[in-house]
Design a protein around this ligand. Structure first.
Ligand SMILES: C[S@@+](CC[C@H](N)C(=O)[O-])C[C@H]1O[C@@H](n2cnc3c(N)ncnc32)[C@H](O)[C@@H]1O
Length: 461
């Protein structure tokens, strides 16, 4: 480690920048949030720095000279992009005992300006010592994605209450309290901009009431990269994870390692735990103060019984929230490169289930659906694909209407079969995994490895 990380207090301090081009703009942008007073030299009146930031700094057209150092200067940034000039400025700065940063010239730098991730008082600086700034930037992007945008507000909320915690708790209990706070419902409420609820939850926790809560989370169709950032965060903070059969192993692998995992079903006819017991278990765990994640395939509110579970939690007075997921239809459609709506082909999409609660046929007006003329995405339809196709043909859709079956969509075991209404049942017979049926003109666009199109062959003959 050549450069030691330390944070400078630049509030109200003067920083000199040499240059008025893009390099100077980039450095000025990084420096401005620190509250530094920036004086830019060698900056033309119509250059990028003048155009973009002239109201936020002092502009001088002349190059930096000794006179610039008559006042107290904290930092000099050489950013003209002209090697000889930047070297001259760096030497001048050093001669006046001021630390220097020279853009893209590590050998002239006393100070490197890192890639910065900022969330209020939380500041993360990343430096590769000038060796590979690209890597530094990539790491910054990853951290930006990982850290909630309102983390700064959570830090400010905690900062304001440090005194209360110090008064209420003995020193050895404070750390455990703050650990719970940063992964608990109160900080979640701050992230969701609900300060009133956050304050109530914070006070409860401070009184030792440690309220548990349940996040009903959509895990998406299987590919772990399709998890939302929020879903990932709560999965990594959970004490207990109750998951379904449709949640992929790859997604489960991203959850907190020492969280208790409870498989609660459900594959068809293989419910590990009946629905009322799942509800009761969630309530019991939350009331014991646990942070519970109820992880469900796809989106919890699309054929996921998320609404029922939310009602049970609310009735029991348990703190609960819902985090959406990518539903099977949008996940599978993206993988098959099959747009669910497409100008000129389909102006609507209907999500429909082919199975009612008890496993029988649902009460769906297929004739009305056939007359809409858009795309139909059928969930839980593999077993009843032939019947669904027959119902839609009876409703007026042509036997040659394009269709596709997508099984295990977004997973390595994914299978896409293109068909049409006449052959949809046959196509689905080849599938044993959970699969989605897509019916409508857009299905002809599916990038399927296999094609079953008997109706068209018969018509051609
Ligand atoms: C009980 S529903 C749950 C739907 C889920 N809540 C969602 O939003 O995707 C189960 C059905 O979703 C569909 N499904 C879920 N994941 C799938 C995947 N990876 N590939 C294809 N279909 C999937 C299948 O139709 C399956 O029978």
């Amino acid at each position: 480690m050549r450069y030691f990380p330390a944070f400078m207090d630049l509030q109200g301090q003067t920083v000199l920048i040499s240059g008025g081009g893009e390099l100077a703009v980039r450095k000025a942008r990084l420096l401005l949030p620190s509250g530094a007073r920036i004086v830019a030299y060698h900056a033309s009146e119509d250059g990028p720095l003048a155009r973009e930031l002239s109201d936020r700094l002092i502009l001088r057209t002349e190059p930096i000279s000794d006179t610039a150092f008559r006042e107290n200067i904290r930092l000099v940034v050489a950013a003209t992009g002209d090697e000889a000039e930047d070297e001259r400025v760096a030497k001048l700065g050093r001669a006046h005992g001021v630390p220097v940063n020279a853009v893209d010239m590590p050998h002239l730098c006393d100070v490197v300006i890192p890639s910065i991730v900022e969330r209020g008082d939380l500041v993360i600086g990343i430096s590769t010592g000038g060796a590979t700034p690209v890597l530094g930037r990539r790491l910054r992007e990853k951290l930006e994605a990982m850290l909630p945008a309102r983390l700064g507000e959570v830090i400010a909320f905690a900062k304001e209450r440090r005194g209360r915690v110090a008064e209420a708790l003995e020193p050895q209990k404070r750390r455990a309290f703050w650990e719970r706070f940063f992964s608990g419902a109160a900080s979640d409420a701050v992230l969701s901009r609900d300060e009133t609820r956050a304050e109530a939850l914070f006070s409860e926790e401070l009184r030792g009431e440690t309220p548990g809560h349940v996040h009903i989370v959509g895990a998406g169709p299987g590919d772990p990269e399709l998890l939302t950032l929020k879903a990932l965060r709560v999965c990594q903070e959970a004490d207990v994870i109750l998951h379904d059969a449709l949640v992929s192993d790859e997604v489960l692998a991203l959850c907190r390692r020492d969280a208790e995992r409870i498989y609660v079903g459900k594959k068809r006819a293989n419910h590990a735990l009946p629905q009322p017991e799942i509800g009761a278990l969630m309530v019991e765990l939350a009331q014991a103060g646990k942070r519970v994640v109820r992880l469900k395939g796809g989106d919890p509110f699309i054929f996921g019984r998320g609404g029922e579970e939310l009602e049970v939690l609310e009735a029991a007075g348990v703190e609960a929230s819902v985090i959406p997921g990518i539903t099977a239809a949008t996940g599978c459609a993206a993988r098959a490169e099959l747009p669910l709506t497409h100008r000129g082909l389909s102006q609507s999409v209907t999500f429909v289930t082919a199975e009612a609660g008890g496993g029988g046929a649902p009460d769906i007006d297929w004739k009305a659906l056939a007359s809409v003329g858009g795309t139909i995405a059928v969930y839980m339809g593999v077993r009843r694909a032939g019947d669904v196709a027959a119902d839609l043909m009876r409703g007026g859709l042509d036997a040659s209407t394009p269709a596709a079956v997508i099984a295990n969509g977004t997973l390595p075991t994914e299978r896409i079969i293109r068909a049409d209404l006449a052959t949809l049942g046959e196509a689905a017979d080849q599938i044993s995994a959970p699969g989605l049926l897509v019916i409508g003109d857009v299905a002809a666009k599916a990038k399927g490895e296999e094609l079953l199109s008997l109706a068209r062959q018969e018509i051609a003959a």
